[in-house]
Design a protein around this ligand. Structure first.
Ligand code: AMP
Ligand code: GLY
Length: 425
């Protein structure tokens, strides 16, 4: 069996390593993959947004199953293009991917179907947006409608900051067409939880919950990044909260999508905030989170390909999905300067293989048998252990074996979760 995975970051490496546990897979191709993924898959130099080339490659190489991991190709219709060729896929259609591709679509879906989220207003023109901000409650949150490499959300502490954000999106077009329309929404507070789920459009099975650490520096300081580390499960997400989210958020969302004639099939990611008024949706993603995947998949006991095929064939209700006990912690090592300007091309030293330590390469290229850094986020190290405390310890111990020029990583991944865990015990 030949499998194709679209994408080339740490998340894709985690997906590929998990898929490889299935003995019926002969070959895994990664488009484009990266120098580290090349240890586990055949990397092909086709970019994740080159939909026509991806489809042509899949046809030529007798691909039996495709996993489209990143947001861009999903929103561009990669799954529709592959399915048109008769290739089974894991991932939502272009229509269903709007749930991430357009914040306005997502907000209107939630309003229409009574799914709890922050109060909001939509603006297509600059003047009314600025006029609204004259009296809007502060702090406020300004969001570009479309995809913006994870940078399209500004938490504005002052009116001036909010107006600057709106001007830079709508007038200066810093995110191109993605910022032509904006959502301005209520600022919410509370612990954040990421819940990824498998869904075939009818049945939804949540994965183990997780917590991202989005800021670049310790203590949640510094700029927003793609994610500097994760832990799973998230101690704020109690069994009671999980049941409530299933009832009030998860099932209503997939029913809403189905009722609009765009059933969501694939991984639906719920970015939640547990506010004093109950859980609310901060964002939907139409895909696995990065680096959430790097802590969630190591805890998955059931074969991943089996689940993905059940999703594609709309028989998720017929399989049982099991998880390992214990906890996982992923620490991301980044290039000095990330998320702003950084240098690449530095040789990497990697730790020895160890039980329960998973190395996921996010940004690297192979060069004459060496591995050189080639991105902002370079790699993630995930440790799995019986408790969160042990997993954190083990991840940092393993990190001592990683070196490259300018490398930095947060030293406090999981500390907030650990404190929450302790205060509950
Ligand atoms: P996103 O890019 O949508 O993941 O948003 C980035 C981060 O902004 C989220 O993880 C939250 O921490 C924060 N955020 C987004 N929307 C809100 C909101 N309405 N209130 C408070 N924080 C928010
Ligand atoms: N870690 C958040 C995301 O993947 O969008």
């Amino acid at each position: 069996m030949n499998v194709l995975v679209v994408g080339g970051g740490g998340r894709e490496h985690a997906i590929i390593k998990k898929l490889k546990e299935n003995q019926s897979i002969d070959r895994i191709y990664a488009l484009p993959g990266n120098g580290g993924i090349a240890m586990d898959a055949i990397c092909v130099d086709i970019g994740a947004k080159q939909i026509d080339q991806i489809a042509a490659f899949a046809k030529e190489h007798a691909i039996d199953f495709a996993v489209v991991a990143p947001d861009d190709p999903l929103v561009l219709g990669a799954v529709d293009a592959l399915e048109a060729l008769g290739i089974a896929c894991f991932g939502p259609s272009k229509n269903a991917a709007q749930i991430e591709g357009s914040k306005i679509f997502a907000k209107e879906l939630m309003r229409k179907f009574g799914i709890p989220t922050a109060q909001y207003r939509v603006f297509h023109d600059l003047a009314p947006a600025l006029a609204y901000l004259e009296t809007a409650p502060i702090p406020t949150v300004v969001k570009a409608d479309g995809l913006a490499l994870g940078k399209g959300v500004i938490i504005a502490q002052t009116r001036e900051e909010a107006m600057d954000a709106v001007r830079s999106m709508m007038a200066d077009k810093i995110f191109g067409d993605s910022g032509a329309s904006v959502v301005i929404e209520e600022f919410l507070t509370g612990p954040e939880v990421s819940v990824l789920s498998f869904t075939d459009g009818k049945t939804l099975v949540p994965m183990v919950s997780s917590m991202d650490h989005k800021r670049a520096l310790d203590g949640d300081l510094g700029l927003n990044t793609g994610g500097m580390g994760t832990i799973a499960p998230n101690p704020y997400y109690t069994e009671e909260m999980a049941q409530r989210c299933m009832r009030e958020i998860f099932l209503p969302t997939i029913r809403a999508m189905a009722s609009l004639g765009m059933p969501f099939k694939g991984c639906l990611y719920f970015g939640l905030m547990l506010t004093p008024d109950g859980p609310k949706v901060i964002e939907y993603n139409c895909r696995f989170g990065d680096p959430e995947t790097q802590v969630v998949l190591p805890l998955l006991k059931t074969d991943l390909l089996t689940i993905m095929q059940a999703v594609a064939q709309e028989r998720l209700d017929q399989i049982e999905i099991q998880w390992h006990d214990g906890a996982a912690c992923c620490v991301v090592a980044a290039s000095g300067g990330y998320p702003q300007k950084y240098q690449t091309g530095y040789e990497m030293t990697l730790p020895q293989a160890q039980a329960n330590i998973h190395l996921y390469i996010a940004g690297a290229k192979a060069d004459n048998g060496k591995l050189l850094t080639a991105g902002g986020r370079v790699l993630g190290l995930t440790a799995v252990d019986q408790t969160l405390e042990l997993a954190i310890q083990k991840a940092y111990q393993a990190m001592a074996g990683v070196h490259f020029e300018g490398m930095f990583y947060r030293k406090d991944i999981g500390q907030r979760a650990l404190a929450a865990d302790r205060s509950r015990a």
